[in-house]
Design a protein around this ligand. Sequence first.
Ligand SMILES: Cc1cc2nc3c(=O)[nH]c(=O)nc-3n(C[C@H](O)[C@H](O)[C@H](O)COP(=O)(O)OP(=O)(O)OC[C@H]3O[C@@H](n4cnc5c(N)ncnc54)[C@H](O)[C@@H]3O)c2cc1C
Length: 330
Amino acid sequence: MKKRIAIIGAWISGLTLANRLNSTFEVVVLEKSRGIGDRLATRQAEPFAFDHGTQFFTARDKKFTQFITPYLRSGIVQEWIGKVVTLEVNKKTTNRLWFEPHYVACPGMNNLCKKMADGINIRLNCEVAPLSFKDSKSWHLVDKNGESLGEFDLVISTVPPVQTCKLFNTFLPENTSISNSKFLACFTMMFGFHKKWDKTWIGAKVHNSPIEWIAVNSSKPGRNDNHTALVVHSSNTWAEEHVNDDLQQTEIFLRRELNKILNIELSFPDYFSLHRWRYALLSKSHDDKTRNTPYFDTNLNLACVGDWGSRSRIEDAWIDANELADKILM
Ligand SMILES: Cc1cc2nc3c(=O)[nH]c(=O)nc-3n(C[C@H](O)[C@H](O)[C@H](O)COP(=O)(O)OP(=O)(O)OC[C@H]3O[C@@H](n4cnc5c(N)ncnc54)[C@H](O)[C@@H]3O)c2cc1C
């Protein structure tokens, strides 16, 4: 009989693992959301669509490049090309060079994971409760309502560190690299306008502002560019300081800050939404090159992996998930 593995989280880390382990083990992916995507999500609000988490991804690693090649051939992944600028209040707009290809999934960011989910046994709407019981052989998982999810020989968490620590509870030793990882928040504003985007740039990095990034989402390949869909990220430092603030006040403040930067009428969008990411990106200085290997306890049969190992990037999450899969398959 094949060993049973539960993978918690159906996004890039979880699905990468599931694809690697599926033929050797009986794999079940347990995902709390009703769809696949999460931080690589796409918000549909016809006729607008917003990739309100991950904006794009790079492919610096040879194996990751090989992984995306078939998706590039089929058009599910495409390069996002256009002018990117740097903006700052009262300063001249300057061009910003992208020195490597920036890829997006089409028609929305979540489509890559949807394709990766083909042939995988995934249970959606299934929030796993903190682990509490293991007999000599297996883990007994239950969902947040106490319903049994079955018995598993190995449990792998791919959810962000704070949530993994809650899930693994006292079974995770103190002072592991995962328990020491800190994730920062981010606020995302989504604006939709029933008119074409009329500026020459498609993305803007913002300096010295609580706003950090503006993307013309409708300019990405495979999107509807007869309308304008803007995705605006706050800076992570600002968001972390204000993560528990009243959302209405946050919206008023961030919209006012955006108005100072963008010289366009933003007061009456045809669509608006604000999203709060409590755990968006790993807190790490740019020159910190440390890399934490995935956690794998072969005595307890527990493992965790995600984008806390090196950087919060799709490519790094994929690399680390493969490293854990190699160890499990060894
Ligand atoms: C605002 C923002 C912007 C970003 N921009 C970029 C970018 O431009 N480029 C880039 O490369 N990366 C970017 N990232 C980072 C990128 O999104 C992550 O590195 C990547 O999504 C990590 O994938 P993951 O599978 O490790 O984790 P996640 O995407 O967090 O997946 C974990 C999954 O576990 C599920 N889950 C959580 N708890 C439970 C539970 N108890 N039971 C069951 N399921 C559970 C969640 O619903 C989720 O689907 C960005 C992230 C954010 C938030």
